[in-house]
Write a protein that binds this ligand. Structure first.
Ligand code: HEM
Ligand code: SF4
Ligand code: SF4
Length: 506
């Protein structure tokens, strides 16, 4: 369902601007909008029981044309941040991108959820309207359930006189400090991700800003009447993105809500270690005697899972590659990058500088050759695909051999040259996850660049480009994929090369 929905978005926005491919980046974007709009709002904010509400009202009404818009932008960007964060969480979960080495991003993501929600609740208190009063009193009553404080904290809110201005200094300081923590955790969150996408494409960013501005003008963020601790607030509207906990406190006891929050956080946080349908394969391994220390695997690994260390085996190279197992997601992209991963080697059991133990290069060559040997007919095509995209097994036929890899970018371009030239298939068809949506983040891009000869290892010019086709397709695009393969086979047949090659073969 997710892939079908994203397919629809691709039709509307194009793969390049599909917001679902930029949920993390949009999170960063909304965070920066909040920082800028918040800094402006903060400049006019006055700290104190009597003045806080009035200062926000001044900004909203007297300065509606700028200050009011800034306040609304701050509010709506905060809501949008929660929305994209939850969609990002759901998407990573549905696609299974939370297991193995990805646990680190997952767990830091769970911490971010609570940090951002806490910061948002704190923001609502700054306004000191009836909503703030309701939220502050309910929160402190909720915290009073914990055996931390000698005296109930909510006692400070029994009357207007009991509340002092220190409370406003405190929340105002906290609201300026929280974003620093959020930023720090965001940095940790993407610490082991190479080339993280933290900025959405410009058109998408502008579109989102425009949407927020329209919302800010159409439905400006307003306060809900000044807080008065002498009167119990009623009929208040709540922001469900941040304040969903309070209706729960109305339904259940403080203890039950604590139990719900703690258990839910622990279960979500522990998901990477719970049993699942997603299979884990062993991580990459370096074979030191075949490694020249060229660093290509480091450049191509999407998870910073390969590092270079000083040479330890006395060979004349300066450095050697080392895999950090805790960071490796077993995508095999490093294998596709390594210059020693070539099928043009005479020994049957050869080893590459870096290998996937479940599918070593020599095994890949054997598997490919076994598939090619069974091909029949005039147009013989070798299809390379990805385990996380469309199921290419269903394409196998008399004239079509298939080989699925953990990621398309595990395929060194030399394999394409080898199968085209040495073994006379008529064409090579390469497929993998949808454009801009590689399961292992960089695989699609690296494959395109290697085939276009703009990235090492390059596909050499002797491989005729008209005999190679790339088509990106998810498991929801199988029909389009098989049509594309048929069109490729027809073009090969029409080009006449195929029949000529049959004669050559004979
Ligand atoms: C404000 C909140 C968040 C922001 C701004 C954010 C941002 C990002 C960004 C920019 C990336 C890198 C994306 C890429 O380049 O491919 C990422 C990856 C990731 N995020 Fe978040 N994230 C947030 C919250 C969360 C949450 C709540 C979760 C789940 C609990 C989560 C789970 C993940 C995972 C598992 C990855 C790694 C995906 C992969 O391995 O390719 N994130 N996040
Ligand atoms: S398989 Fe290779 S490229 Fe992929 S994460 Fe592991 S070390 Fe990095
Ligand atoms: S790409 Fe291969 S040869 Fe180069 S450093 Fe990595 S393992 Fe060694």
């Amino acid at each position: 369902m997710l892939l079908r929905f994203e397919g629809l978005l691709n039709k509307i926005f194009g793969n390049d601007l599909n917001p679902f491919y930029y949920l993390g980046a949009l999170g960063f974007y909304f965070f920066w909008i909040m920082v800028i709009s918040g800094a402006y709002t903060y400049a006019f904010y006055e700290t104190g029981k009597e003045v806080s509400y009035a200062s926000v009202e001044y900004l909203t009404h007297e300065q509606w044309y700028f200050g009011g818009i800034m306040r609304s932008l701050h509010r709506y960007a905060a809501d949008a941040l929660v929305l994209v964060m939850l969609l990002h969480l759901l998407r990573e979960f549905i696609l299974g991108r939370y297991r193995g080495a990805r646990w680190f991003a997952w767990v830091t993501g769970v911490l971010l959820i609570w940090l951002i929600i806490t910061s948002g609740i704190n923001g609502y208190w700054m306004v000191w309207d009836t909503l703030a009063q309701y939220s502050a009193v309910a929160t402190l009553e909720w915290f009073d359930w914990l055996p931390i404080f000698d005296e109930p904290m909510s006692r400070n809110f029994v009357s207007n006189d009991a509340l002092n201005d220190r409370f406003f200094s405190l929340i105002s300081f906290a609201h300026a400090t929280f974003p620093l923590f959020v930023l720090f955790f965001l940095w940790i969150h993407i610490l082991h991700i190479s080339y993280p996408v933290v900025n959405p494409k410009r058109a998408l960013a502008l579109g989102m800003l425009l949407a927020l501005l329209v919302l800010a003008l159409a439905v400006p963020a307003l306060s809900q009447g000044q807080a008065d601790l002498g009167i119990e607030p009623r009929n208040i509207g709540i922001d469900w993105f941040y304040l969903f906990i309070y209706p729960l406190l109305d339904i259940g006891s403080a203890g039950q809500v604590w139990a719900l929050v703690v258990v839910l956080s622990l279960v979500i946080g522990a998901l990477p270690w719970l049993p699942t349908r997603f299979k884990q394969i062993p991580v990459a391994e370096v074979s030191l005697k075949d490694c020249s220390g060229c660093t290509r695997c480091v450049a191509d690994c999407p998870y910073e899972a390969v590092v270079m260390r000083p040479r330890s085996d006395g060979m004349h190279f300066l450095e050697e590659a080392v895999v950090v197992p805790d960071r490796c997601v077993s995508c095999g992209i490093c294998v596709g990058a390594c210059p020693s991963s070539t099928p043009f080697r005479s020994d049957a059991g050869y080893v590459s500088g870096i290998e996937m133990p479940s599918l070593p290069m020599s095994g890949l060559r054997t598997e490919m050759m076994n598939g090619v040997a069974k091909l029949e007919g005039d147009v013989r095509v070798m299809v390379f695909g990805c385990d996380n995209a469309a199921d290419i097994g269903k394409l196998r036929g008399k004239g079509v051999a298939v080989l699925s890899l953990p990621c398309t970018a595990m395929l060194p371009p030399s394999f394409i040259e080898y199968v085209l030239h040495e073994h006379h298939v008529d064409g090579v068809f390469i497929t993998g996850c949808r454009e801009n949506d590689c399961y292992h983040r960089m695989g699609g891009l690296w494959t395109e660049q290697r085939l276009a000869a703009t990235r090492e290892p390059r596909l050499r010019s002797r491989a005729e480009r008209e005999r190679i086709r790339q088509f990106w397709a998810s498991s929801a695009d199988f029909e389009a994929l098989s049509l594309e393969l048929e069109s490729f086979r027809s073009s090969l047949a029409e080009s006449g090369d195929a029949s000529k090659r049959v004669v050559d073969r004979e």
